[in-house]
Design a protein around this ligand. Structure first.
Ligand SMILES: [Mg+2]
Length: 310
C-alpha cells in the first residue's frame, strides 16, 4: 500500500515553545515532505494568533492535512480549529515536539526529533502514516482527543511548573499530584452516565478516549474507534483514599478497586458541589457543571500503520 499523498499541507508551529533548533527542523521537515510531493506551508503562532485560529486559516487556504508540530496542547488547539463537523475531509498529522507527547506515545510514534534532532525521520513518520477515523470527545463546546479530567487532575494540570515539567516529565505530575492532593478535599458529585445516575464524593473523574493517561495506561479497555468514552470515577474525600487511588493507578490495580466506578458510555453530565475544574488534553477549560459526549469516528488522523494493525 502506498502512503497518502497531500498536495496541500500546513504545519502549525509555535516558534517559542521549541527546545533547540526547532526552526531549522521545520525547514528540514518541509524539505523532506516536498521531496515526496507535499506542498507545505508553515504557520507560526504569535502572541496574537494561536494554533486554533491558524488552523482555521490554513483550512480556508486549502490545507488538506494540518500537522500539529508540538505537544498535546497544540494537538488540542488544532483539532478545535479543524471543526470536524464542517471539515470532515481534513486530516490531522502530528510532529511530536512538545513537552507532553501522550498522543504520539499512544499511537506508537517513535520519532521525537526534539530529542534526536532527526526531523527527517519525523517527516517520514508522516509520509508513511495511514489515515484512520478516530472518535473525538466533546466537553462543553471544546473537543478533545485524549481525555477530559474533572477535579484533582485539572488542579494538578494548573499546578505543574513549566520548567519542572520540561525536565522531569511524569515526575513533575506526581510531585504536583501529592502536593495538591494533600490539601484538596474533592466534591460531592452527581454524575449521569448515559441513563444511570451516580451520586458520590470524588477526588477526580477521568473521561478517556485513549488508553494512556499521562504515561499510565489508566483506561486499559479504551478503544478509540468504538464510539464510547471510558469513565473512571475515583470515590472518596480523604487523603488516605486519595493516596490509595494514586497508588492503584500507578500499579494498575485500580480496575479491581470497589471505590473506582468504571463505565463505558456516550453521554456524561457532571454537577459538583463545590464546582470542580475541568481540563481537556491538559488544557484548563472551566468548571462544572458540564456535559460530555463522543463524536464517533469523526476525526481523520494519520497514525503509524502498526497502530491500525494491532
Ligand atoms: Mg472509546
Amino acid at each position: 500500500m502506498s502512503s497518502q499523498y497531500y498536495k496541500n499541507a500546513a504545519i502549525i508551529y509555535n516558534p517559542v515553545a521549541g527546545q533547540r533548533n526547532v526552526r531549522n527542523g521545520m525547514q528540514q521537515t518541509i524539505g523532506r515532505l516536498a521531496f515526496v510531493g507535499w506542498r507545505t506551508a508553515l504557520y507560526e503562532t504569535t502572541i496574537e494568533i494561536g494554533a486554533e485560529e491558524l488552523t482555521r486559516r490554513a483550512i480556508a487556504e486549502g490545507a488538506e492535512i494540518v500537522v500539529a508540530a508540538g505537544g498535546d496542547g497544540t494537538i488540542n488547539a488544532v483539532i478545535n480549529g479543524m471543526d470536524v463537523r464542517q471539515n470532515p475531509h481534513v486530516t490531522l498529522g502530528v510532529l511530536p515536539i512538545g513537552t507532553a507527547n501522550v498522543w504520539a506515545r499512544e499511537v506508537g510514534i517513535t520519532s521525537f526529533p526534539q530529542l534526536t534532532g532527526d526531523f527527517k525521520s519525523a517527516a517520514d513518520t508522516l509520509i508513511n502514516g495511514v489515515p484512520m477515523l478516530a472518535d473525538l470527545g466533546q466537553a462543553g463546546n471544546r473537543y478533545f482527543l485524549l481525555w477530559a479530567g474533572i477535579g484533582l487532575d485539572a488542579l494538578i494540570t494548573q499546578e505543574v511548573h513549566f520548567d519542572l515539567k520540561r525536565w522531569a516529565g511524569g515526575l513533575a505530575f506526581a510531585e504536583a499530584g501529592v502536593r495538591t492532593g494533600l490539601r484538596y478535599t474533592g466534591a460531592r458529585v452527581r454524575v449521569k452516565l448515559d441513563d444511570e445516575v451516580i451520586e458520590n464524593d470524588t477526588w477526580f473523574i477521568a473521561i478517556s478516549n485513549i488508553r494512556l493517561y499521562a504515561h499510565i495506561p489508566l483506561a486499559k479497555n479504551a478503544d478509540i474507534t468504538d464510539g464510547l468514552l471510558d469513565v473512571h470515577l475515583f470515590a472518596g474525600n480523604t487523603p488516605p483514599q486519595y493516596l490509595k487511588h494514586m497508588a492503584g493507578v500507578l500499579l494498575g490495580t485500580h480496575t479491581q478497586d470497589p471505590d473506582v466506578v468504571y463505565r463505558q458510555c456516550q453521554q456524561i453530565s457532571i454537577e459538583a458541589d463545590p464546582a470542580l475544574p475541568v481540563h481537556v488534553d491538559a488544557e484548563p477549560i472551566g468548571l462544572t457543571p458540564m456535559k460530555f459526549s463522543v463524536l464517533p469516528q469523526s476525526l481523520r488522523v494519520l497514525v503509524p500503520r502498526e497502530f491500525i494493525e494491532n
